[in-house]
Design a protein around this ligand. Structure first.
Ligand code: HEC
Length: 158
């Protein structure tokens, strides 16, 4: 007596000539769905907590002038806690000094120096106020400004 034909759908199906578990046209759709879901999830997480203004490009640190190097050293000691290494401020708690909004034409040297001398209340970011930096000499400030300008130029932010 021949055995009962199995109802298992995975068995070879002589009617259609292929194993019924052969890849069907549904498989690519499933993969596309998964890829799209992953993209949506990644987009969501990358936008989560994003600052209202973000830095446009990763800064390129060029071969620095001696003056800009002094500024870089000052930034990486006295300003780093709030503005990040090299003033890049990439974390969610520090405003980036290398942001395009501090480029020369909209943030000229005299304005830069006034902020350093007098500080300023919170305005462009949500990190609280910028405290005044009375310890900085004029030469220190020139160094800081030179660093920011040289990085802007190298990065193409002008
Ligand atoms: C205690 C934290 C803190 C320290 C230390 C600090 N800053 Fe700031 N700074 C801030 C914050 C916060 C802002 C953003 C204020 C705002 O919302 O516009 C800021 C803004 C600035 C701005 C932009 C101001 C403007 O008008 O938009 C400059 C330039 C700046 N800081 C330079 C420096 C330099 C250079 C140093 C080191 C000598 C320094 N800061 C040290 C917190 C700090």
């Amino acid at each position: 007596m021949s055995p009962e034909p199995k109802k298992d759908s995975r068995e070879y199906n002589p009617d259609i000539g292929v194993a019924s578990d052969a890849p069907s046209h549904k498989a690519p759709m499933l993969w596309m769905g998964l890829v799209m879901l992953t993209l949506v999830v990644l987009t969501f997480f990358s936008m989560w907590g994003r600052e209202k203004i973000s830095i446009r490009a990763s800064p390129i640190i060029p071969e620095l002038s001696a003056l800009a190097q002094t500024g870089r050293d000052i930034i990486n000691t006295q300003c780093m806690a709030c503005h990040g290494v090299d003033g890049t401020g990439f974390s969610k708690k520090d405003p980036p000094l290398l942001h395009p909004m501090y480029r020369e034409e909209i943030f000229p040297d005299f304005h830069f120096k006034r902020v350093l001398r007098e500080g300023r209340p919170q305005k462009n970011w949500r990190f609280g106020p910028m405290p005044s930096q009375p310890q900085l000499s004029d030469a220190d400030m020139n160094g800081i400004i030179a660093f920011v300008r040289e990085v802007h130029t190298a990065t193409g932010v002008e």
